[in-house]
Design a protein around this ligand. Structure first.
Ligand SMILES: Nc1ncnc2c1ncn2[C@@H]1O[C@H](COP(=O)(O)OP(=O)(O)OP(=O)(O)O)[C@@H](O)[C@H]1O
Length: 257
């Protein structure tokens, strides 16, 4: 099957620092691919390149959908509209808003109201809002959070705030979901539930997932393939078993010379 996303010789420099140096990756439809590496290896920089926050200093990043898109030429908003959604290492929710409003707001990306409709709450506006609300509640049901829909997001336990971030990303109806350390700060039970959730939503929403994660039980447990970055360079690629036993990976993690 042709890849959904390719990075071809991609680099990103910040002044003299090569945060990403000539990397090549492929993500195929339906895969869960892990992106690991020690702190500062360049993982989040790669997410920022894929989502258009940064423009590559060299190489090409392409999304191969119905048409092929050079991601360097698209804005973050356009890239989101093309079906790439992400979560963040530091949770980014509208903390004072309710759980339901957080999800509804994400759905609004796909809606084009006229200013007139929005200001005067016309029947077509009210109908669309009701439909969005129905979809958002359905999504919250999948995440087992419908009973929390009316509380402010900040009142959710930490693990559920992370799940809500994923729900918000799904409201964008992505093809490719980028998860940046989804298990960070979770307790073992929350982590186990998260792994089940990720595998389940992948099938339910026909997703392809690229996942940054420091918790090796998550990476080894749910990824089919793993890429390893170290100081901006790709040092290994393989199945969880291959990566576990790769001497270069072990060296990078243990920090030996
Ligand atoms: N906007 C920026 N300006 C300058 N340097 C940056 C910028 N963003 C990232 N860097 C640097 O690029 C390198 C890679 O950072 P990045 O955040 O991508 O690493 P990471 O693998 O995601 O690390 P962590 O696991 O700690 O989140 C680091 O040395 C970082 O300090």
């Amino acid at each position: 099957m042709p890849p959904l996303l390719t990075a071809n010789d991609v680099s990103k420099n910040f002044g003299g620092l090569n945060a990403i140096a000539n990397i090549n990756i492929e993500v195929h439809p339906g895969e869960i691919v892990g992106l690991i590496g020690p702190n500062g290896a360049g993982k989040t920089t790669l997410f920022n390149l894929i989502t258009g926050v940064y423009i590559p200093s060299g190489g090409q990043l392409k999304l191969h959908g119905e048409v092929e898109v050079d991601l360097a030429k698209a804005s973050p908003h356009e890239i989101a509209g093309m079906g790439i959604a992400r979560t963040f290492q530091n949770i980014r929710l509208f903390k004072e808003m309710t759980v339901l409003d957080n999800v509804m707001l994400a759905y609004h990306v796909h809606i084009d109201y006229s200013l007139w409709d929005a200001i005067f709450h016309t029947p077509s506006y009210m109908k669309s809002e009701a439909e969005l609300r129905r979809k958002a509640v359905e999504l919250l049901n999948i995440f087992d959070m419908a009973n929390k829909k009316d509380i402010p997001a900040k009142n959710l336990p930490y693990g559920q705030q992370r799940r809500l971030e994923i729900a918000r990303a799904l409201a964008l109806q992505p093809k490719l979901l980028l998860l940046d350390e989804p298990a960070a700060g979770m307790n073992p039970q929350e982590t186990a539930d998260l792994m089940k959730l990720i595998m389940w939503i992948k099938d339910r929403f026909n997703l392809t997932i690229l996942l940054i994660e420091h918790d090796m039980s998550v990476v080894m447990g749910i990824c089919q393939r793993i890429y390893v970055l170290d100081y901006g360079k790709l040092i290994a690629e393989g199945t969880p078993d291959e990566i576990k036993n790769n001497p270069q990976v072990i060296k990078a993690y243990l920090g030996e010379d």
